[in-house]
Design a protein around this ligand. Sequence first.
Ligand SMILES: O=C(O)[C@H](O)[C@H](O)COP(=O)(O)O
Ligand SMILES: [Mg+2]
Length: 310
Amino acid sequence: MTATVMDPIKITNEELSEEFLNKYDTFLFDCDGVLWLGTHLLPHTKEILSQLTEMGKQCVFVTNNSTKSRAAYTKKFAGFGITVTEDQIFTSGYASAVYVRDFLKLQPGKDKIWIFGESGISEELSLMGFESLGGTDPRLDTPFNASTSPFLANGLDENVKCVIAGLDNKINYHRLAITLQYLQKKDTVHFVGTNVDSTFPQKGFTFPGAGSMVESIAFSSGRRPSYCGKPNMNMLNTIISAKKLDRSKCCMVGDRLNTDMRFGVEGKLGGTLLVLSGIETEERALEASDEHPNPKYYIEKLGDIYEYTH
Ligand SMILES: O=C(O)[C@H](O)[C@H](O)COP(=O)(O)O
Ligand SMILES: [Mg+2]
């Protein structure tokens, strides 16, 4: 293990917890691996979020998980007994929809989007007035047959101008095959990836992440996607301007070095906190690497801050 110039500080006691809490006004929380692992809420997540609110801190939730829309996430929080409003939530599905509207300048009502992914993408597009195809369409669940697929029967839809690809737990050959047909239209169809995460942390398991799926279709098409989730700075800029944040008073809290910590460091936020309850290990947090930055602080799990201060 090589020591870096600015060694990450491990939060292990009340004093360091207080120092950390007092430094920032706004905390940007990653969700998977930080707040929860699937349907399992991590210990003292609810308590630390209430503590921050009582201290007058602002909490924003920034997830690369595109499977749910912002509206669906408010329900997930509510299911855990945590009150969060939709304007506190930013997802990679929403960031992708913003990119399609504001950067690609596709036109709602005219241009359509083919989705390789779940309802979190189509719901955000629909709120912006975009029609989408593919995604959770049950006809894609059937085994692929080129001569009977309804997506090939009448030719491809000429109005599709973009493919958005993200995490899809119903990934199958039918979805891969039709997505590739649209991506082969290189001159007219853009390629957007929601997020690059190679893996997806769950309780006791690490599963394939969105990036593993997006890279599969990138490989077959020979194209590179524009990734919109963390660490893309467009996503951070959207959040900073929507919430009118002072970057120096913000701290990014995440469980991944190449997405969350990079987002905080490249975005010049005041601080970063890596939690070890998701993807990364202490060894990785401390190693010097060209692949990712080190965090400013790290801790075993977010709820420990609550425990140290109570
Ligand atoms: O593959 C994925 O989409 C991710 O692993 C994942 O869901 C990321 O979510 P986050 O950790 O940013 O909340
Ligand atoms: Mg995470």
